[in-house]
Design a binder for this molecule. Sequence first.
Ligand code: FAD
Ligand code: 2HG
Ligand code: ZN
Length: 480
Amino acid sequence: MTDQTPTQNAVIAQLRAICGQANVLTHDDPGADLSPWEQDWRKRVKGRSLAVVRPGNTQEVAAVVKACASTNTPIVPQGGNTGLVVGGVPDGSGTQIVMSMTRMNAVRAIDPANLTITVEAGCVLQNLQAAAEHAGFLFPLSLGAEGSCTIGGNLGTNAGGTQVVRYGNTRELCLGLEVVTAQGEVWHGLTGLRKDNTGYDLRNLMIGSEGTLGIITAATMKLYPQPAAQLTAWAAVPSMDAAVQLLGLAHQRLGPGLTGFEVMGQFALSLVDKHYPQLRVPLWQETPWCVLLENSDSENETHARGQFEALLEAALDAGCVTNAVVAENLTQAKGLWHIRESITLAQVQEGQNIKHDISIPVSRIPAFVADTDALLEREVPGVRLVDFGHLGDGNLHYNVQAPKAADGPAFVRTFEDKINTLVFDQVKRFGGSISAEHGVGEQKVNKLPLYKDPTALAMMRAIKQTLDPQNILNPGRVLA
Ligand code: FAD
Ligand code: 2HG
Ligand code: ZN
């Protein structure tokens, strides 16, 4: 038996009474393996929970929170556990409850005239996309983890992904929320309204709060018409300056048709080529940068192709593109996107690395990259820079891989703090943010006070103190 206090045993018994024996897992269960809930996706941290509780509806979530609040038991909300900043796994104390939302995965309603879909928080993003498609609509949020991340986690982190340039991030796709507060009360906010000026914007406060202010149990999300045609191109560009120039041309020529604009550095693509040669990465050997662009057209394929070809011709004439391939069909387009989405996995294959998900005004990205590359090469000779990301949104994954023959884990242990400081100081100098999409979690909690405006930070602390005075919701994440 694990060494638990009588209060902890009583909490576990209460949770079992609320959610059912089978939906409360503990280390004392025969053959228990809680690592899927306790280990983060990057395998950087393995926590230990008091129990994993899997509520089946909003009333159960509220009752679990009340039981935890009455005993000061901390709760870590969890969706698909694909987060990259150690925000959804318990700490090592064995005192925290993981609240896994994956049983709450129903599509509650679709309102075609209002262009909305209401889903429970544990709905996997890919299932939400499929439900929208089945009803004849598009739900545009799209990211590499979409097969296992949940809409609750997407809202918790305000996830970005590859369609933000046209549709915005998760916050911009959300119209209403149902939330269980730290006191176990339910806020019924699934309005689906596009206009509501009745006071403070609680919905947007909850979104991106990483489970520290409330537990999202359901959400009403926006739907869009499906595009009539979608075209994808892969372009070789001679420099980051040229990539930014191409982005300007794409905005001008495609207008709202521009639904994706990703940049990928040569080293990032070399890792995909090395670890997944069957994916056949195009053009990467001949150019320092490649760009993946998507044009979604509301008219038809001929119109889309005409527009796209004219854009690429103009870009070739201007010298900001040196070569390009346009996908012939949807299968080829998916193949190109698959290459882009494989960079994260190729980095895992290559070994431990240091991740950054920064944003900088697009206009300043070329200077940031040139300056910061030189700085890191000076300060940590031999580092390998895995630059890629959502250039259309000014969001770079400025990742750092150990020098070639170095031991990855030892490199990360020795240099992570130094490299983070070098990169974040540069981000500050260039007017950017230290997290564009992955959030703060536990990983950046000590860095946030160094880079966030002190008045903003004080307001954040006041909000946390007011909404969760016992500090039971995801303690130690976002704010130390
Ligand atoms: P989890 O990892 O379970 O939790 C994330 C955070 O949200 C935690 O703080 C947790 O406490 C909180 N949370 C979870 N559910 C709830 C809830 N119901 N209520 C309140 N808080 C909750 N992110 C991007 O932004 N863009 C990308 O392009 C992208 N690509 C990725 C690609 C890969 C291969 C991987 C592994 C990750 C990627 N991510 C990306 C990161 C990750 O997928 C996102 O952060 C995603 O939104 C997390 O969803 P999740 O359900 O897995 O949440
Ligand atoms: C992406 O854009 C994700 O693919 C993950 O945000 C980025 O692996 C990363 O650093
Ligand atoms: Zn990303």
